[in-house]
Design a protein around this ligand. Structure first.
Ligand code: PRP
Ligand code: MN
Ligand code: MG
Length: 181
């Protein structure tokens, strides 16, 4: 049903599963004995968060943050607003931010600055997808699942108008879908 809106599949469910296993093993080694706070950025990270943390065989804690960019997409001020803050005090903690995608980099740049200001011991980023051509702010993830081209991608957490987050793979939306809105 949803697949009819997808032009092509970019990353299959099997590729995502395999990559989560690899990344989870690396992360478990890095965070062994550190009890990291693993922070999911709502809502896009939900599926990746659920999968990556189950591949990390080490002690860890989970928390969530919800942020949104001010203004509309065409004239983004680059400012970010907190809709839901963490429940946890991050001072002295090792933080791993989990994202579905880095595009302009604004969301993550804001969060990294915020957590450093709050005196985290370390802040690292794991993202399922990286869209390097979208970058406006100079920021890179420490761990990347897959690079994607500068196209409108949805699925596995990523939405278009809140739809398609439940697709089990990442795909490119048919232009007819967003041209009709
Ligand atoms: C999307 C995506 C990332 C962010 C990436 O979230 O999930 O969090 O944008 O874009 P950036 O690198 O240009 O900041 P969005 O704000 O759409 O919220 P959502 O996760 O609830 O869809
Ligand atoms: Mn998001
Ligand atoms: Mg979104």
């Amino acid at each position: 049903m949803l697949a009819k809106d997808i032009e092509k599949v970019l990353v299959t469910r099997e590729e995502i599963n395999a990559r989560c296993k690899e990344l989870g093993e690396q992360l478990a080694m890095e965070y062994q004995d550190k009890n990291p706070l693993v922070i999911g950025v709502l809502k896009g990270s939900i599926n990746f968060m659920a999968d990556i943390c189950r591949e990390m065989d080490c002690y860890l804690e989970l928390d969530f943050m919800d942020v949104s960019s001010y203004g509309n997409a065409t004239v983004s001020s680059g400012e970010v607003k907190i809709l839901k803050d963490l429940d946890t005090n991050v001072e002295g903690r090792d933080l791993l931010i989990v994202e579905d995608i880095i595009d302009s980099g604004r969301t993550l740049a804001y969060l990294v600055d915020l957590f450093k200001y709050r005196k985290a011991n370390s802040v690292k980023i794991v993202t399922l997808l990286d869209k390097p051509e979208g970058r406006v702010v100079d920021i890179e993830a420490d761990y990347v699942g897959f690079d994607v081209p500068n196209e409108f991608v949805v699925g596995y957490g990523l939405d278009y108008m809140e739809q398609y987050r439940n697709l089990p793979y990442v795909g490119v939306l048919k232009p007819s879908i967003y041209e009709s809105n």
